[in-house]
Structure formats: C-alpha cells, structure tokens
Design a protein around this ligand. Structure first.
Ligand code: FPP
Length: 265
C-alpha cells in the first residue's frame, strides 16, 4: 500500500505503520541535490535550495510523529572541497534556514544541536547557529542534530584525544575505558544511537557519517533524490523499518520479549 503525502497520526495504522514502534532516532544522509538540479539543467544550488524544503518537511513530520531525534548530514568536512560558490551558497541557505525557522522551532518545541566542527563555518553562520542552539536548548520536543563540517573519523579521533587527556590527568584508568566512555566522548553523547539511517539518491555507503553510532542501525536506501524526498517517502522508510526484525546480534525472540529488547536499545 502506498502512503499518502497528507499522512497524519490517525492515518499511520491505515498505512501499516505502528505508532508505538516508531524509531526513536532517525539519521539521514541527504544526498542527490546536485543531480536533481543537473537533470533539470540548473545550477547545483537550486537542488540545495529545494533540499532545504525537504528538510523543513521532514523536520515537521518527525515532530508530529513524536520521533525524539533527527540527525541530518548537512555538510561534511569533505564538502569544503566543493567550488567556492557552491560552499558559500550552502552557507547562505543554512543561515537563511536558521533565521527563518527559529520562530517555528520555538513554537513546536524543537531543540537544535550541532555536531562536527562549526568553528570552521563563516562567522555569521556560527552566530546564527549559536543563537538557535541557545534559544532552543530547553525545548523538549524533537531534537534536530545538524552535522556540520562533520567527519565521523574526526569525531572519534577527538573523543580519543579527550579520553587520553583524562588518563594523563589521572582521572581515568585505561582499564576503565569501555564502549560507554567512548560513546559519551562523542558529539552525540547522551543521545541514543540511530535506529534507522536513511540515505537518499541510491548510493550505498556511509560517507563518514556517525560511524560509531550506526553499529546496529537499520539502513534504508532510496533512489529518490533528497529534493524529492517528502512525507510519503519518509513514511515508506518507517514502514520498511518496522517490517525488519532487529536482533542486535542475538537470535529471534519470543514476541513477549520484543518490548524489552527495544527498551534496552
Ligand atoms: C548532498 O547532495 C547534499 C549536501 C552536500 C548538502 C545538504 C544540504 C541541504 C539539504 C540544504 C540545506 C540544509 C539545511 C540543514 C537547511 P549533493 O550535492 O552531494 O548531490 P549529488 O550527489 O547529486 O551531487
């Protein structure tokens, strides 16, 4: 059954989605903006601009569904290697998004977080980010995690440096370094790992996104380009997610245990 674009909570069951088994954390690699534009003979920036509309739509829907965390790969460290006009266009779009969405975020109780190295971004973008993060920090609805100037390997290296400093100071014994020590030293400290990772535009790779955090994440790849990815596509991804059996390396469980396993993750 196809889901409709106007899905609301009441419709979820009709579309085969169980509102009680929605993922807590969805991460998205938003890919295909450039191709979307090029296929129409347009500058790549048009694709990014239209991609911004998809961001708005997916944030809105995630909030309405009660999803707790939405991580969006908005700009990788590798993206700095793109032509200057594309990078500056993306920065302008980001600043525009932050300034125009803040009021709505406050109204909808959306909290904004940033992972990556925002200090590399233009000063005015940094300022807009700081302002939005600060203003929304006590909001208790959906948390949107923007990955900006982000590299998962660098995030892990940075966590290792922080842990090494604690060991050097004598605050931590090497034997006491466990998975949790590392998880709590990442940019995503305190946030549960993604349950679902969506990648648009058909590429089948992780592209240095949340490498530590996606160890047990279900991966959903769609051919749809990010600027075309809207409510119905997101709902399709949720439906597919719910059709999978998550075993976390274990064996299939008795139905009565399913709630417990999910609660543990
Ligand atoms: C990948 O498409 C997308 C990006 C590098 C940037 C993502 C940015 C947006 C969705 C717009 C604004 C973001 C926010 C948070 C408001 P690509 O250019 O690599 O596409 P291609 O693979 O087809 O070239």
């Amino acid at each position: 059954m196809r889901v409709t674009a106007q899905a609301n909570l009441r419709d979820l069951a009709a579309h085969g989605i169980d509102p009680a088994r929605l993922p807590e954390h969805v991460a998205i690699i938003m890919d295909g903006n450039g191709r979307w534009a090029q296929r129409r003979g347009l500058n790549r920036l048009y694709g990014h601009r239209r991609g911004k509309t998809s961001v708005r739509a997916i944030v809105q829907l995630s909030r309405k569904l009660g999803i707790r965390y939405l991580s969006l790969y908005a700009f990788s460290t590798e993206n700095w290697g793109r032509p200057t006009d594309e990078v500056s266009g993306l920065m302008r779009l980001l600043k525009h998004y932050l300034t125009t969405e803040l009021e709505r975020m406050m109204k909808d109780r959306v909290r904004l977080m940033v992972i990556g190295n925002p200090r590399k971004l233009p000063k005015d973008v940094q300022q807009a980010l700081r302002h939005s993060v600060e203003q929304t920090r006590h909001n208790d609805g959906l948390t949107v995690i923007l990955a900006l100037s982000y590299s998962a390997r660098e995030e892990i290296a940075s966590a290792m440096r922080a842990i090494a400093r604690r060991v050097k100071r004598g605050d931590l014994e090497p034997e006491d370094i466990g998975e949790d020590t590392i998880a709590q030293s990442l940019g995503t400290a305190g946030i549960p790992d993604p349950d679902l990772l969506i990648r648009t535009s058909g590429e089948v790779r992780l592209s240095n996104f949340l490498l530590w955090q996606v160890a047990y994440t279900e991966i959903y790849i769609t051919e749809t380009l990010w600027p075309d990815f809207r409510e119905r596509d997101f709902l399709e991804a949720l439906r597919e997610f719910q059709s999978r059996e998550r075993r976390f390396g274990g064996v299939p469980e008795a139905p009565a245990d399913q709630g417990r396993l999910r609660a543990a993750h």
